[in-house]
Design a protein around this ligand. Structure first.
Ligand code: IDP
Ligand code: MG
Length: 139
């Protein structure tokens, strides 16, 4: 299992607010290389599948509605220790608890609309990258 890749989505609120450029600048300045990237829009079925682990949670419907309401930027990022270092860069799920200077502290509005996704394990980074980029040369 590779340990030098993670998967991210710049969520619909980031695209809507024009924050894609500043967020990508934070990501590349932190030493991540963009291995693959696309602007796309998830269908309801896509979002339900991507977030299936949360399907019993009370916020699941809200999460699916949010993630499908407009385009996202999906990307595979490369760096040594990518998963952990990217979770540090984005900060806590709830921006009120996120450390100063983190992407969620800077750009997230709330625990629901929190600007970015970051994989939580090497295994999920691979699964989530395949979800959005299956069949590409990079694998
Ligand atoms: P993570 O994105 O930091 O890994 P998770 O707990 O895996 O956080 O939750 C997935 C996503 O679901 C969050 O990024 C956020 O968009 C949404 N979410 C999590 N908790 C809540 C909540 O309490 N209310 C509304 N949305 C939530
Ligand atoms: Mg998560």
């Amino acid at each position: 299992m590779r340990t030098d890749r993670t998967f991210t989505m710049l969520k619909p609120d980031s695209v809507e607010k024009g924050n894609v450029g500043p967020i990508l600048e934070k990501i590349t300045s932190a030493g991540f290389r963009i291995a693959a990237m696309k602007l796309t829009q998830m269908t309801v079925a896509d979002a339900q599948a991507f977030y299936a682990i949360h399907k019993e949670r009370p916020f699941f419907g809200e999460l699916v509605q949010y993630m499908t309401r407009g385009p996202i930027v999906a990307a595979i990022l490369e760096k040594e220790n990518a998963v952990e270092d990217f979770r540090t860069l984005i900060g806590a799920t709830n921006p009120e608890e996120a450390a100063e200077g983190t992407i969620r502290k800077l750009y997230a509005a709330s625990i629901g609309e929190n600007a970015v996704h970051g994989s939580d394990s090497d295994e999920n980074a691979e699964i989530e990258s395949q979800f959005h980029f299956a069949g590409r040369e990079i694998f």
